[in-house]
Design a protein around this ligand. Structure first.
Ligand SMILES: [Zn+2]
Length: 240
């Protein structure tokens, strides 16, 4: 895969802050290279609080603002696209598949970044959130076959949206990493700052302190495959 410099990239994540945690440095890196990046979120993150005084309605507003600020800090140029699904109830319906297909046909991205729908768990300590699997499942179906097949969702044709074929798909939150890009300490600093924009969710502390270490571990993994980076971001990659 070549540089993302002149490419259009669509990020599709389940929750506000997923993209920052899972691919923040890479997104910052691509933005700095000059990629045209669109960021979309399936759910509103409306259950992400244990504060007894917090309501879902108030949280939706807060998290939308946080998500936009985080995207800005990564260098994303466009307003975040919200699909307004309920946090922790994300379900692959034909309606949401069509809504994402619409966005893909509107934006016409070269590359899409989402979460691996096959990830049920990592190691011994992490059961993957069902929304994280669902967003991957919806995105797979929207890319193949819906976005590129003319007669699927004819209402989109009626809206003037012609088929579009995505040529690269990158998965994060995956147990099948096979593609690494180099990121810099500066990219990781932008990732840290973007995470801190999620003030309702993220505080200074261990997860942020581990960002550099995680990027070093990814670089070690990349070394086994002949790439010599100090810091890396890892993905499962599909080229079509
Ligand atoms: Zn999440």
């Amino acid at each position: 895969m070549n540089s993302m410099a002149n490419k259009k990239i669509l990020i599709v994540m389940a929750h506000p802050d997923d993209g920052e945690f899972m691919a923040g440095a890479a997104i910052a890196h691509w933005a700095a290279q000059g990629a045209d990046i669109y960021y979309s979120l399936m759910t509103n993150g409306d259950v992400g609080s244990s504060d007894p005084h917090m309501t879902s309605e108030a949280l939706i507003d807060l998290r939308r603002n946080e998500a936009q600020e985080a995207a800005n800090r990564l260098g994303v140029q466009h307003p975040v696209i919200f699909f307004n699904q309920i946090d922790s109830q994300l379900t692959h319906t034909l309606e949401i598949r069509r809504d994402l297909t619409r966005v893909i046909r509107q934006i016409k991205p070269d590359a899409v970044v989402t979460q691996d729908p096959s990830t049920y768990y990592h190691d011994r300590g992490y059961i993957n959130h069902p929304d994280h699997r669902a967003v991957g499942d919806i995105t797979f179906a929207a890319i193949m076959p819906s976005a590129s097949t003319r007669l699927i969702f004819p209402e989109l044709l009626d809206e003037g949206l012609e088929p579009h074929r995505v040529s690269e798909l990158l998965l994060v939150n995956t147990n099948h990493r096979d593609f690494w890009i180099e990121v810099t300490a500066e990219d990781i600093e932008k990732q840290r700052n973007a995470l801190l924009a999620h003030a309702t969710q993220v505080k200074e502390g261990p997860p942020l302190e581990r960002l550099l270490q995680n990027a070093r571990s990814a670089a070690q993994e990349a070394r086994v495959h002949g790439h010599f980076f100090e810091y890396a971001a890892a993905f499962k990659c599909f080229l079509f």
